[in-house]
Design a binder for this molecule. Structure first.
Ligand SMILES: [Zn+2]
Length: 243
């Protein structure tokens, strides 16, 4: 067995599943994420991979019936990215479809956000997408198989402000690192401050990242006294998504 997938399987045990908040199960007890992920990671043939994928589509990660995604999805996303990159071909397909569903399905009220390494209270779809983006190199090596997933993740862009510049008549600008694809026109963005503050502001690309780099500059519409330095911006529309 490839050492890559062995490392992925071991990572499942290091996740503190008990600490992940989850909506109360309705009439049934939701199936365990770790058990399904382990089965998918170690699947050695089509039947095992398809079985594990079906199990996870009706678990604490997502509910396919309701098209709902739950906070455990964010914890599971790095594992699924690893499986999508290193698993059995059928397991790779299953992991890819689970990640795609996590980006598409809606979260329940009260379970729409999770804390991540980038910011607190990140919309669930963006938290999953950021994990997909973090695995971009591994996933891109799979070619067309992962292209759709990577494209979908790009919509959940993230802009990490390194420096706020100027407050004169030209307005306020933020220089920083862009991950994903920020639309060209004015957009509404969630502003997550290092202290945990959350507000919505208008931004527009002043100059884009170029030549494969990530540094870009945004014109900031209305950051009234908002601390931009060290803040993280992401699409405001994602924060409004709820079942
Ligand atoms: Zn999002």
């Amino acid at each position: 067995m490839a050492s890559g997938i062995q490392a992925v399987a071991e990572a499942i045990d290091r996740i503190d599943w008990e600490s992940v908040r989850s909506p109360d199960p309705p009439a049934f007890v939701r199936r365990s994420a770790s058990r399904g992920l382990r089965a998918l990671a170690l699947a050695g043939d089509q039947a095992e991979a398809v079985g594990a994928t079906g199990y996870l589509f009706d678990s604490v990660l997502v509910d396919r019936q309701l098209a709902v995604v739950m906070p455990a999805a964010a914890a599971a996303a790095p594992v699924l990215v690893g499986i999508a990159a290193h698993g059995h071909p059928w397991a790779r397909a299953g992991a890819g479809s689970l990640l795609g569903a996590m980006l598409e399905f809606l979260p329940f009220e009260g379970f729409t956000r999770v804390d991540t390494e980038h910011a607190t209270a990140v919309p669930l779809c963006c938290a999953v997408a950021h994990q997909v983006a973090a695995g971009r190199a591994e996933l891109a090596a799979r070619g067309r198989e992962s292209a759709g997933l990577l494209r979908a993740a790009e919509q959940h862009w993230r802009f990490e402000v390194t420096e706020a510049v100027g407050t004169g008549p030209q307005g306020l600008f933020a220089v920083g690192d862009l991950t994903g694809e920020l639309p060209a026109g004015p957009v509404r963005a969630e502003l997550h401050t290092p202290a945990g503050g959350l507000s919505v502001i208008g931004v527009e690309v002043e100059y884009p990242a170029w030549a494969g780099g990530t540094e870009a500059c945004l014109r900031v519409g209305s950051a009234r006294g908002a601390g931009l330095d060290g803040a993280v911006l992401m699409p405001a529309g994602c924060g409004a998504r709820v079942y």
